[in-house]
Design a protein around this ligand. Sequence first.
Ligand code: C2E
Ligand code: MG
Ligand code: MG
Length: 716
Amino acid sequence: MARPTTDPWSGLNSAVPDLPGLLSRVGCHVYSGEVLAGGEYQERFTGPGLEELIGVPVDPGADATAIFHAAVHPDDWTLYLAAGTQMTTDSTTSIEYRLVQPDGSVRWVLDRMWLRERLPGGSSIVDGVISDVTELRDRTDEARAALHAVQQINAQLERAKAEVVEATAWLEAAVTATPAALILLDRELRTRLWNPAAERMFGYSREDALGRIAPHVSPEQLPTVRGVTDRLLAGEPLIEFEELRSGGDGHPRQMSVVSAPVCGVGGEITGFLGVITDITSRKEMETRLRHLAHNDPLTGLANRTFLTARIDEALARRSASAQQVSVMLMDLDGFKAVNDSFGHGTGDELLTAVSQRLSTCLRSADVAARLGGDEFAVLLETSTRAEALAVGERILRTLGGPVTLGRAQVVVTASIGVVHAGKYQSTQELLRDADVAMYRAKTLGKNQMVVFKAAMQQRVAKRLRLETQLRRAVELGQFELQYQPFQDLRTGRMVGAEALVRWRHPRRGLLPPADFISAAEETGLIVPLGRWILEEACTQAARWRSRYGRAAPSVSVNLSPRQLQDPELLTCVSRTLSRAGLDGGALHVEITESLLMSDSDLAGRKLAELRALGVGVAIDDFGTGYSSLAYLRRYPVDVLKIDQSFVAPLLEGPRPAALVRSIIELARALEVTTVAEGVENAEQARILRDLGCHIAQGFFLCRPQPAGELDALFEA
Ligand code: C2E
Ligand code: MG
Ligand code: MG
């Protein structure tokens, strides 16, 4: 607030500082004026700083107040006006506002005013000082900004600190919870971090471990660890290895170690982190799985996968070595009978015993494998073929000795097929031909070793041809039945006849069942063929019935195992009987022992059903299998057919007769009729009759004949 007046300073004493000069220089404007009762302001004194504040010269006589007002920043005008009112009520006030300079820049000023005196009439005198505070304000702004920045940084720091605390807590939790031992060593290998897993794994508490030189490493292993840290120092980013270390309990444990360098702020390596996991159980599991994958669980011998791989390797090595590679395929003879009559548990025991015996015949480099069931294989690498064959002979001899299984003693032999690798290219071919040779050993009478020859392959091809022809033969009905009668040894009467099938082969003539029954069995053709036989035999029995009435011979039909499994069997039998107008008593079925044993539940059920129809059941070839006499009690049968092999030596001495006698006595005790098979002469028939055998069948009486040829016998 200013108004030019006459110079008020002119009379000042020179001892007093040059106030006007000072004020003008510091940009400090002093003023004084009167505020009239109506609020209007009249400046009485205008100090020398005005021009400096507003940046323009103020002519003497100009309206300084108006000039000043014009400089007040429009945005601050209201504040400026309010200050006047404020001052008259409060006696003093101060405000900061802006003054706009001619160049458009802005200056901050602090305007402080005081009420000096209230005059009568309502007006009052005020004094004021306006000083330039731009710089101060700038500095304050700066300071404020700085303060703000500091506050923000602080807040950020606080947040970061909280984050660090949280992250540290998580890290701590992770380090504590992890099942892996986390161990931090400094460059001198002194322990800096030792988590609970490390405590558990190595038996040292954290307190004990910290500061010690790698407490988890034995002195002998320390050089290895130094080797690892040297490599890390040389720049390797990560080193993984597995090793055996002593665990906290003193037992050796398999450890997996991952080691990495730990770097300081400057990037230099300050230590080493080790993450150690105890993989002992995983390793054990792997070993077990590998064993399972490569071994037969029952016998512990190698399995097919492992054997095949080893044969592959041996074949690949062959050219580089002078060794002979031989593969033997081995099938136990009569295993099924043991398994069936003594049960699977005993069967398993036998397989284990066999595998142990087999192992004693081999050197450690040889591979013995169980391929499944009672099939074994051996891979040998020997200097000569003869050497391999000697091993085979040894196996035959060793296996052939009796085996004690619980209270029973059994003799199991083996049929062995041998292939020398020679020029063979593939393991598959090798195994295939070993199988052919083994099959040959079986058909040659078992308990022997056969070396594969190309001709055997032809035999296999022949078998395939036979199967094809057999299929056609079933379709074309190329079969015939011959009948072989049974004679009652006491009365001499023909009481029945067994139907025996023949194949009238278009080129090879009349073929016996031995030439085709097993092929028919294997292909399943026996089922349709068997139905035809049953029908044909029943038709024949009906003819005899109409011819000889009640005294007519019954008919016996051989049933193969496959037929007994046929779910239609019973329906088929009863339908066939009724179609022929026969009752069940006119028919007998003959089944072999092995069949009874192989699936005793099924066999028992089927036999009971057949017997319920009145059909007689005979056990054929009795004595050739592992006759478990128990089943004779369990499944009532009507007839025991004593095998030819017991009958043939009857004339040779008292022992065979004693054997037959005991069978007959047993049968009598069970109220079962005995039939002697293969009776070839009258002397045998006499002995059998004396031993109490009921019925005989054999060449001495009659060879199998077409039905028409038998009338003379039946009529006699
Ligand atoms: P199997 O049921 O034990 O029949 C007895 C076999 O011994 C018959 O041989 C018969 O000709 C023969 N044979 C009879 N008496 C004597 C004798 O005094 N001395 C000698 N050395 N042998 C005698 P075949 O006809 O060759 O039959 C062999 C086997 O084929 C039969 O043994 C039977 O198991 C089976 N078979 C025969 N026909 C059939 C059939 O229709 N179906 C089924 N599934 N198998 C049959
Ligand atoms: Mg028979
Ligand atoms: Mg027989």
